[in-house]
Design a protein around this ligand. Structure first.
Ligand code: CTP
Ligand code: MG
Length: 226
């Protein structure tokens, strides 16, 4: 089986409040994007890693990846469009499966990626890394309307792994019919009632989103290096 990876890295990182995209923040001599790409390259079963970058990106050209499995393409106006463009880029050398992983999640462990891959291949069904919600969840605007039972709630993480053809078709349709609801790959599959496995992964596979996430990411990456 041929497995490719797509890394959406075309966002501006507005919530991070920097004057450059957060994926180019440096932690231990490497950008967040490089840390992330290396986590995927650690799996020998992955034959290609496509990074979706913005047309306005001034930073990517300063990075070199020595592994010849890495290539780049242009992203789009939303995460879903960036992933869709990367899938179209892969069409000529079509993989059987594709793993999509946020550039902003450098903390994922290759072991967790491997667990997802094994589970999807074994069950012959797409799936995502996810972690069970730990907090008590409240619904409301400024006052609590209710407490939402959390037994069935998961936080969706990445990677998310699907059959290439199915994800390409689902994203194309989702982008056409309900673009704002497609915040991850699974949501594009769900709206077509396609099954998606929940594969339990480490909750410290955080997406670096706001400034306070940076210190946590530094600490965790340092710990991984020990
Ligand atoms: N992404 C992308 N193309 C976009 C928007 C986002 O490839 N048009 C990528 C980001 O680079 C990131 C991942 O999708 O790796 C997850 O998105 P998010 O954390 O929301 O990043 P940003 O959109 O860059 O940040 P913000 O929403 O705060 O602006
Ligand atoms: Mg965003």
């Amino acid at each position: 089986v041929k497995i490719a990876a797509v890394i959406p890295a075309a966002g501006v990182g507005s919530r991070m409040q920097l004057d450059f995209p957060k994926q180019y923040l440096v932690i231990q001599d490497q950008t967040i994007l490089e840390h992330t790409v290396h986590k995927l390259l650690a799996l020998p079963c992955i034959t290609t890693v496509v990074i979706a970058i913005s047309k306005e990106d001034d930073y990517f050209s300063d990075i070199t990846f020595t592994d010849n499995r890495v290539c780049a393409c242009f992203g789009g106006a939303s995460r879903a469009e960036s992933v869709f463009n990367a899938l179209k880029h892969l069409r000529d050398d079509k993989p059987d499966w594709v793993l999509v992983h946020d550039a902003a999640r450098p903390l994922v462990l290759p072991e967790d990626i491997a667990t997802l891959v094994t589970q999807c291949l074994e069950k012959d069904e797409g799936g995502i890394l996810a972690s069970k919600v730990k907090d008590t969840i409240k619904q409301g605007d400024t006052k609590i309307e209710k407490t939402v039972p959390r037994e069935q709630l998961w936080s969706a993480l990445t990677p998310q792994m699907f059959k290439f053809d199915e994800l390409l078709a689902a994203l194309e349709l989702g982008l056409k019919e309900a673009p704002h609801t497609i915040t991850d790959e699974a949501s594009a599959m769900e709206r077509l009632n396609l099954p998606v496995q929940l594969v339990s992964g480490r909750s410290d596979n955080i997406k670096i989103t706001s400034p306070e996430d940076y210190d946590l990411a530094c600490y965790l990456l340092n710990k991984q290096k020990e």
